[in-house]
Each structure stands twice: as structure tokens, then as C-alpha cells.
Design a protein around this ligand. Structure first.
Ligand SMILES: Nc1ncnc2c1ncn2[C@@H]1O[C@H](COP(=O)(O)OP(=O)(O)OP(=O)(O)O)[C@@H](O)[C@H]1O
Ligand SMILES: [Mg+2]
Length: 311
């Protein structure tokens, strides 16, 4: 049974339709990426699923509960990280966490303390536990907001731009956390992101939306395969020589060779690179070329995204 389901979910703000009959589901243990340009309707979709706003039409279920009728049950099992998390600036991180832990029903004080300590430790905020949150940097606030999202150990997470504002090291920690929560603990995660590399690394499936509607849904691999750009074989040479280009062009499967002379690199488009690459390498070596590296470069999810959003 899917853990998150949206069925013709629609949200109108006055005359604007922010989310337009959107249907999709997210399976248990899956990290599902919700992608799309600014204003596409990602945050609005997440807010409806988290029962923060009501849909204008359509329906949704989270953990088997109806988003319109069972909002209390959904709050218990869902952790939501919103775009602009509201933390209490005049409280400390510890107090912020404690407040939310109690709101989420963690009544056992000992249990609450150890959970808060564990999370603040994980996010390197334990030492700052007694400072006021108002004086925190943007990234520190973001980490605290993520810690807060996890305080009641929810099995379903709705994360809106979790790595926004984080330094590269912290962003990597969050990525690792997301993949470990889904793989080891079988958490179900809906991830809104503009970081297409993150989406490629983390998500088993992604959906691109624009103007509130679905453009495409599939695995990152499926989306990449649908770009017109083909897989390329890139070969770096110690010394560039026109004869080597000619040698490569003679290989039957090769359809195009472009040369990046400044970097001594050939970019080759060929059918069936798994089989044509060894032959290409052989020809270069026979012709006296010295190869520094060979790599097979697939079109990225970013290329696919740009194609679908522009198209
Ligand atoms: N409370 C609101 N009142 C009126 N319009 C709103 C409201 N919330 C969102 N919208 C509009 O709905 C559309 C979708 O906004 P949403 O925040 O869902 O986009 P998004 O995909 O999350 O974009 P971003 O990538 O910039 O975060 C936008 O046109 C936005 O102006
Ligand atoms: Mg948004």
C-alpha cells in the first residue's frame, strides 16, 4: 500500500490554480523527489499533504489516513520541514525541541531528554543548546528545524528544500541522513528540491511539475533516457593529434567526434558505448595515441529537467 497518495489534488488561491489535479503516490521506504521551477506548486502540495492547508478539490491519504478527515492522526506520523520553519527565536534550541516534543506527545521526560540530546548532537548544536535561536545563522536554524522535524521519530517525512542554506558538509550530512532513514529505517520521504544532483542521488523516482500539473514522473534513469542527448564517450589524450580523430571516425558505430583541443579531449557519440568503447580505445592506441582517461558520460537529470520544463 502506498504511504502517500494524492488523487487529483487541487489548490486554488483566488483565480490562481497553484496545484491542478495532481495525482501520484509514494511507496513505503521510497524517497520521492518533487521537482519543478519556482511557483510550480511543490510547497503547496506538501502543505496540503501535511494538513496545513485544505485542498480546494481532490483528495489525499498519508499513512492510510485521509488528509481532510484525519489530520490529527497524520500529524502523529508525519514530520514536516516547511520552507520557512518557524522556530521560537527567544527560546534556546533545547527549549524549541522540548516544546515540539511535548506538542507531539513525548510525555516521558527521560525519553524526551535523550531524544533531544541525540538530535542536537547529530546536528552539532548541542554546544549551543543554551543560546537563543534568534542569534543563530541561517544554516544553524535550518539544522534545528530538521532536528525538530525528526523529534517524534515519524516514519513519513515531507521535506521542503532540506539542504537550502546549508554549507557543503552539512548538506552532505543531510543527504546521508535521508538515504539512511529510507534504506535502514524504511522511512517514506517526499523531497522537494532544486538540487538535481541530490534528486539523482537520493530519489528512486521523481516527478517534475509546472504550473501545478505533472509534466513527467519516473526514475531518474527513465527521465535521462528521454532526453535527445546521447551517452558520450570522453577520452582525454596526452597529446592531441588529428590522426587520432580520423582513427576514431573509422570505427563503425561512431556517429560523431568533437574535439576539445585545449584539454586534449575527444567527445565521441557512438551507438552501444559498452561495445564500441573498447574498439575506439584500441584504434587510438594502435595509432600511437596515449590515453589518460576514458569515461562514459550519460545525460544528467539536469539536462532532462531543463528539457521537460522548457518543452
Ligand atoms: N497562501 C497563498 N496565497 C496566494 N497564493 C499562493 C499562496 N501560496 C502559494 N501561492 C501561489 O501558488 C503558486 C505555487 O506556489 P508554491 O509555493 O507551491 O511553489 P513552489 O513550487 O514551492 O515554488 P518554489 O520553488 O519557489 O518554492 C505560486 O504562484 C504562489 O504565488
Ligand atoms: Mg516551495
Amino acid at each position: 500500500m502506498p504511504r502517500i497518495e494524492a488523487d487529483a489534488l487541487t489548490k486554488r488561491f483566488g483565480s490562481l490554480t497553484a496545484v491542478d489535479r495532481l495525482s501520484f503516490d509514494v511507496k513505503e521506504g521510497e524517497v520521492f523527489g518533487l521537482l519543478g521551477p519556482n511557483g510550480a506548486g511543490k510547497t503547496t502540495t506538501v502543505r496540503m499533504l501535511a494538513c496545513l492547508i485544505l485542498p480546494s478539490e481532490g483528495s489525499g491519504r498519508v499513512g492510510g489516513h485521509d488528509i481532510i478527515k484525519d489530520s490529527m492522526k497524520i500529524r502523529e506520523i508525519v514530520g514536516i520541514l516547511t520552507e520557512n520553519p518557524s522556530l521560537y527565536d527567544r527560546l534556546t534550541p533545547y527549549e524549541n525541541m522540548s516544546f515540539f516534543a511535548q506538542a507531539y506527545g513525548l510525555s516521558d521526560q527521560q525519553q524526551r531528554r535523550s531524544r533531544i540530546r541525540e538530535l542536537l548532537d547529530f546536528f552539532n548544536l548541542w554546544e549551543r543548546r543554551n543560546d537563543k535561536v534568534g542569534a543563530f545563522s541561517k544554516g544553524m536554524k535550518q539544522k534545528l528545524a530538521i532536528a525538530r522535524t525528526l523529534v517524534h521519530e515519524p516514519p513519513i517525512l515531507l521535506l521542503d528544500e532540506p539542504t537550502s542554506g546549508l554549507d557543503p558538509e552539512s548538506a552532505k550530512e543531510i543527504r546521508d541522513l535521508i538515504s539512511s532513514l529510507s534504506q535502514r529505517e524504511n522511512h517514506t520521504i517526499l523531497l522537494c528540491t532544486h538540487h538535481l544532483e541530490d534528486a539523482e542521488r537520493l530519489c528512486s523516482r521523481v516527478m517534475i511539475i509546472n504550473r501545478g500539473s505533472r509534466i513527467i514522473i519516473g526514475t531518474p534513469q527513465e527521465l535521462r533516457n528521454r532526453t535527445s542527448n546521447k551517452t558520450a564517450i570522453e577520452i582525454s589524450l596526452k597529446v592531441y593529434d588529428l590522426r587520432l580523430v580520423q582513427a576514431v571516425e573509422e570505427v563503425e558505430q561512431v556517429s560523431e567526434v568533437t574535439v576539445d583541443k585545449s584539454r586534449g579531449r575527444l567527445v565521441i557519440t557512438a551507438e552501444d558505448p559498452d561495445n564500441s568503447t573498447p574498439e575506439i580505445v584500441r584504434r587510438i592506441v594502435y595509432s600511437g595515441g596515449e590515453i589518460l582517461s576514458v569515461s562514459i558520460v550519460q545525460p544528467s537529470l539536469e539536462e532532462a529537467y531543463l528539457k521537460f520544463v522548457k518543452g
